[in-house]
Design a protein around this ligand. Sequence first.
Ligand code: NAD
Length: 512
Amino acid sequence: MAAFPTADELARQTRDVLGRLGVRLDDVAAADGDLVARSAVTGQELARLRAHTPAEAAGIIDAAHQAFLRWRAVPAPVRGQLVREFADLLREHKADLGELVSIEAGKIRSEGLGEVQEMIDICEFALGLSRQLYGLTIASERPGHRMMEQWHPLGVVGVISAFNFPVAVWSWNTALALVCGDTVVWKPSHKTMLTALACQALLARAAAKAGAPEALSALLLGSGSAVGNALVESPRVPLISATGSTRMGQTIAPKIAARFGRFIGELGGNNAAIVTESADLDLAVRGIVFSAAGTAGQRCTTLRRVIAHESIADELAARIAAAYSSLPVGSPLADDTLVGPLIDAAAHAEFAAALDAARADGGEVLAGGERVLADTAPDAYYVRPALVGMPAQTAIVRTETFAPILYLLRYSDFDDALALHNAVPQGLSSSIFTLNLREAELFLGPQGSDCGIANVNIGPSGAEIGGAFGGEKETGGGRESGSDAWKAYMRRATNTINYSTELPLAQGVEFV
Ligand code: NAD
């Protein structure tokens, strides 16, 4: 296929790949549907789908709750077998699902495939976890007594996801939730509904094979608050795991708190790298270019600020600018492309407005910043990643613009660099490039980076599933994926058992 497919070719390719993933487009599409599935590659409409009504959403949540009542009684290692079946299907369909991610969300091929690999990885993690949902045994102060903790399934987990990780984020939540004995209702972004339908179809096949209840995973389609509210406000959904903008988190978190629901907030980031005098600049440039320009700047962990020591700032800027000028921007379906499209026209408008605001604040665009390929793909939005030298960390630098803009700031004193680093409202990911042990340890220590993720000599993006993922401040405070993030998906019960013939009270209290 040509690097830029024609509209007909892309429509056919989408239909074929969906078919292989178990979704017949004719069965799910509705000509009068109020939701439009588009391809970021060309901007063309791929299908129309019908949004669920609030009443339908309530029915879906109820069915997931009924499925939970059965699923929670299945032993955890047996629940793990469902996740194993799902991982097998993902391996079989890795190329298909990766391609669909590229078609719909516009990720380059290797990143589309990388998302599916991340799904496989979290399934493996969850399978192991299904035999390791350990509680503690605790020494009791009372003779003839034993204390312990147990972890029990929680209920229906509501997953709200963003367009930019259309499949991986759902799988982080779903693989853990399923082995923890929960069921899942997923509201994907209305910009990536086809990948959601494909994931749901694969999981339904795995559930059938594993003999698990079909309703343990369900989709809610809709564009934002209408159908999202059904999840957010339902007392039947004890945990909402929401990935998206800080604005979305600010809207839903108070509603969840009002009913004492749990909230995993995975919200906006404004990630920085400090590049010190001693940094290995070859390494730094590679790490910076991948983190800042990769995924066309549309990762929550995208590098948005470089804070460079004044002694190396000019050389660093020149080397990043040179790398940017040779980055292949184009169709994400072409093998040699490294920068695909922005998701839509609104994203492009925000990119252009942010560059105007930076210029108004005294910033100088040192590389990129222009729209390209407008003749070849007039309804899609391709840009050259921008590098902007800034005189200060102004309001636009403190704002997350979900597009490839990298602001360059300078420092002379390391403490000032740390202060600048932390002086933004978001707290997701961070990094330092240095060969100085003291600087590296200070950055990782309690007076260093205030982010949930802090790295040394790699950029802030590209996390592995083994660690807990999430951030502080306006990023929402949630943690998901690896480490002990599973605990958020279960309820903890503390049990005290008296095997004596006496009834001593704690703290030596006497009563009758
Ligand atoms: P978005 O906030 O526009 O939408 C995210 C999801 O929230 C969508 O499914 C949307 O329909 C839903 N939503 C929006 N308003 C809602 C409401 N009132 N009630 C219920 N649901 C609602 O975000 P986006 O443009 O899809 O994604 C980009 C944003 O997501 C960026 O800010 C990025 O940093 C963030 N993000 C964060 C992480 C993370 O792990 N921290 C990961 C990926 C993306």
